[in-house]
Design a protein around this ligand. Structure first.
Ligand code: ADP
Ligand code: MG
Length: 395
């Protein structure tokens, strides 16, 4: 047995540093986003020059246009500059899809400042006040990025955004301490906001366009230098991937194909990524399995989805809810998660439907009466099961 492990580990890899392809990695240089970085710098200039002012910006664009990377990269740079100038400026990046409610978003922020504050027991109002006090006591300014803001707005409306904008307004001439970068996909949703919010954001909208094939090519080529050993993938293959992903203009998709193609090449003990590996990688990537859609689900929903995939892993097109529930209880035990009761079970199920991961339909009138049938329209159950297992591994 030990030979297998040893052989595997001593086999040369084509990756110099695979982590450079992970979705959380923020490159220091963002090709084709230079203008947008410049725009952010000029908008936020005032908070360095006259601390006490704040700014609000909205970044919009489709999936994979670099919204998150742009904001984080900017956050890193501006906080470094601020600290050199002796200004206490912090950058906080909160994903509103992962933190599911205003309350959790705020308690997350407050916890970053003061980890000893309990996560529960405060109302949203109280958390806002705590945040305000901490900022004032520490003479601190923050840039708070609300990423995937669409999710929060759809779920809860604009209350939190409104409260954050207003937080320092009650006092006349109060020092403003919270700047906001809101990131959203849908500009239509932004247009539907309260007019006072829109007017406070109006001038500062940065719209990211989908990348062209040649732009994706530069992005990929730079990342290849960081992640792969020289000579393991040629320009021709990079162009090939860029062209595949150019239909969506989505850099994340492009990078994911690149990473998977590398993994496939490696699994075949090849020292080069070949077009066939890229084709295979492309066919392996399911829109829903695209890493972060699943990764950001709360543990409870991951567990439920694992139960669904197991229920369907036997060449069945549909599983009944009672079957899924039964398996769900077993999976809960396996992962030491408290199984939820009926109402919440249904809530989780509906959430998975809303996200387009599963579908449900009512069965025809049978002997047992009507029941809800659950299905996976796009993903082979075995692939889904494997992905969820990988994700739950780190619970
Ligand atoms: N201009 C760029 N240069 C280098 N990498 C980029 C660029 N734009 C996006 N990426 C990478 O592509 C992936 C998707 O970008 P991301 O910022 O997550 O997109 P979005 O938030 O718009 O969905 C990330 O891995 C990111 O690092
Ligand atoms: Mg993003």
């Amino acid at each position: 047995m030990s030979n297998i492990v040893e052989d595997e580990l001593s086999r040369p890899s084509i990756f110099r540093d695979e982590s450079k392809l992970s979705i959380d990695y923020v490159p220091e240089h963002l090709p084709h986003r230079e203008n947008e970085l410049k725009q952010l710098a000029s908008i936020f200039r005032v908070i360095l020059e006259k601390p006490g002012n704040c700014q609000r910006v909205i970044i919009t664009g489709n999936v994979g246009t670099g919204k998150t990377a742009l904001a984080k990269n900017f956050g890193n740079q501006i906080t470094t500059i601020a600290s050199k100038r002796g200004i206490n400026l912090q950058y906080n990046h909160i994903n509103c899809r992962r933190e599911r409610a205003s309350f959790t978003i705020l308690s997350r922020v407050v916890q970053i400042f003061n980890p000893s504050i309990p996560r529960r027991g405060f109302s949203t109002e109280e958390l806002l006040q705590i945040m305000k006090e901490i900022l004032e006591e520490e003479d601190m300014h923050i840039i708070l990025t609300l990423d995937e803001l669409d999710f929060l707005l759809r779920r809860e409306g604009e209350e939190l955004l409104y409260s954050l904008i207003r937080l320092f307004d009650e006092q006349l001439n109060a020092v403003q301490r919270i700047s906001i970068i809101g990131i959203m996909r849908s500009e239509a949703l932004f247009r539907g906001l309260d007019s006072s919010i829109i007017s406070s954001l109006q001038q500062n909208i940065i719209r990211l366009k989908e990348y062209s094939a040649s732009q994706l090519e530069t992005i990929l080529a730079e990342r290849v230098k960081e992640a792969f050993y020289l000579g393991t993938i040629t320009n021709e293959e990079i162009t090939f991937i860029a062209e595949i992903a150019a239909k969506q203009g989505d850099a994340r998709y492009a990078l994911e194909i690149l990473w998977r193609a590398g993994k496939i090449a490696e699994s075949q003990s090849k020292m080069r990524v070949l077009p066939e590996h890229i084709r295979k990688a492309k066919s392996d990537i399911h829109p829903v399995v695209r890493k972060d859609a699943l990764r950001d689900l709360p543990v409870q929903q991951k567990v439920l989805l694992l139960a669904v995939s197991r229920a369907l892993n036997t060449e069945k097109a549909y599983a009944t809810t009672s079957e899924v529930k039964r398996i769900y209880r077993i999976v809960c035990e396996e992962y030491n998660v408290r199984p939820r009761r009926h109402t919440q079970f249904w809530e989780y199920l509906n959430e998975l439907v809303k996200q387009g991961i599963i579908t449900t339909k009512i069965s025809g009138e049978g002997i047992k009466g009507k029941t809800t049938l659950i299905s996976l329209p796009d993903i082979p159950a075995s692939i889904l099961e494997q992905e969820i297992l990988n994700l739950l591994g780190g619970v």
